[in-house]
Design a protein around this ligand. Structure first.
Ligand code: ADP
Length: 455
């Protein structure tokens, strides 16, 4: 169950992937960067090696076979190019090769029988990289100036005279220490950058751990909220049918002549009717709430003259208002109002005005409830005024919130759900209208609803 909830949380998975993705991209980037630099530098050094061989060859061919002047030229070249770690000039002698000039003067006169030289004699040019001092590529390097941590570019080249006759071999080792040091420092730098990024990401994860927890919690709450909405919707529907039956039978009982003459039974019927009506209002409010929350409310707007609609509602409320000793009226509308039309859903406007007038009656102990229709700029304004208990500024703040009820000694005695004004506001919003309230505590309230006029 937990696993499913986690997988459903795409945002969380996305965030985690992003966290892994950033170091991975950096790692790949660094890897290719180092690789490219290394290969570029290798090529550079191979070229450098080839160039050095050419310089050496050009210098040596002119002096051939004056080995002592070749030897002194070698000393000069090595001084100018410290990367050259080994340089031997060899001539074929019987089956082998003899060193006739070398960086390491002790090697002069040594006979070498390495196959490498034999191959080079045939192939004319050999080059490769090595980091071993013990393989056949090693010619005359001595332990002190050879560091096996670094790589060397080995070059063996045939020396020819102007007629193309083979004279001897030049064998060189050029140090790649510079490129290797640079590569190593790049690798080290990218390694520490990566470690730094991983530490930052881990710190971010640690500091946002709560956030992840809240995201999961929010997801869970959303699911629970949805379940609650579905439950309210189903429960309200199920309550509706038996309630309709109860209310139907209660009104039949009220009209029954035998019951009218039986005062004792009549005393029982009145509270049953009141309770059933209250329950009916509650169920209807709950159904409206769940319809609005699930976006299932349908608005069927058409051009409407609101005056007859309001007149009809006022006549519905005449008896209940009178029973409470209140006056209820619609102030004579102006000619301008009479000709005004708005785009609204008539049933929804009825529901809204019924709610405001019934509130007016409910929260007015004495005096009046009056409806006034006016034109206000480009809107039609329907005002429901009462001379009731009113409310202070603080109470007005939360007035259109769900389940909000003003809490004071007077309202305590009046039953209600706190859903009516919230539903009213949502319906008005769905018809592109507006609602606001003016009220003075102890003097009365004015609820104004506005709808854009049709030009
Ligand atoms: P209910 O009437 O069921 O409590 P409503 O959403 O219709 O719920 O109203 C919310 C609250 O606003 C009421 O509890 C009441 O305190 C206050 N109220 C609404 N209409 C009036 C009014 N005409 N005069 C004074 N208070 C009102």
């Amino acid at each position: 169950m937990k696993k499913v909830a986690f997988l459903k949380n795409y945002q969380l998975i996305f965030a985690l992937l992003l966290i892994l993705f950033i170091p991975a991209v950096l790692l790949l980037h660094n890897y290719y960067f180092v690789k490219t630099v290394k290969s570029n530098m290798d090529t550079e050094f191979i070229n450098k090696g080839a160039l050095a061989v050419n310089i050496v060859k050009n210098n040596f061919v002119h002096q051939w076979p004056n080995y002592s002047s070749i030897q002194s030229r070698i000393d000069e070249i090595v001084k100018e190019t410290p990367e050259i770690k080994s340089l031997d000039v060899l001539v074929p002698e019987k089956e082998n090769f003899k060193i006739v000039a070398s960086i390491n003067k002790k090697n002069v006169g040594k006979i070498l029988d390495q196959t490498l030289n034999t191959i080079a004699w045939k192939e004319e040019f050999i080059t490769f990289t090595t980091n071993s001092s013990s393989d056949s590529s090693d010619q005359s390097l001595q332990a002190g100036d050879y560091q096996s941590d670094y790589r060397y570019q080995m070059v063996v080249k045939v020396l020819k005279d102007t007629n193309g006759r083979k004279l001897g071999l030049i064998s060189m080792k050029i140090s790649l220490a510079e490129v290797d040091n640079l590569t190593q420092s790049l690798i080290n730098r990218s390694f520490w950058t990566l470690i730094g990024i991983i530490v930052i990401v881990l710190l971010m994860i640690a500091s946002n751990f709560r956030l992840f927890h809240y995201v999961m919690l929010f997801q869970k709450l959303k699911e629970v909220d949805q379940m609650k909405d579905e439950f309210i919707s189903i429960a309200s529907h199920e309550l509706r049918a038996p309630l309709t039956a109860i209310r139907g039978y209660v009104s039949m009982l009220e009209e029954d002549e035998t019951l009218q003459s039986n005062e004792r039974l009549l005393k029982y019927v009145v509270p049953i009717k009141l309770s059933a009506d209250r329950l009916h209002d509650l169920v209807e409010d709950m159904l409206d709430t769940s319809r609005i929350e699930q976006g299932r409310i349908k608005i069927d707007s058409k051009e409407t003259d609101v005056i007859p609609v309001i007149n009809e509602i006022i006549s519905q409320f005449t008896i209940p208002a009178k029973e409470k000793g209140l006056e209820i009226s619609l102030e004579e509308p102006s000619e301008e109002v009479k000709s005004a039309r708005v785009m609204v859903d008539v049933d929804k406007v009825k529901q809204i005005v019924i709610n405001l007038i019934s509130n007016g009656i409910k929260y007015t102990p004495q005096g009046y409830v009056k409806v006034v229709i006016e034109i206000k700029e480009k809107n039609l304004a329907i005002k429901v005024k009462d001379s009731g208990m009113g409310m202070n500024a603080k109470a007005r703040e939360g007035l259109f919130q769900k389940f909000y009820r003003v809490q004071n000694d007077e309202t305590k005695k009046i039953v209600g759900t706190g859903l009516g004004l919230w539903i009213t506001k949502q319906l008005i919003k769905a018809m592109k209208g507006d609602i606001y309230v003016d009220s003075i505590e102890g003097e009365g309230s004015v609820f104004t609803i506005t709808f854009p006029l049709i030009k």
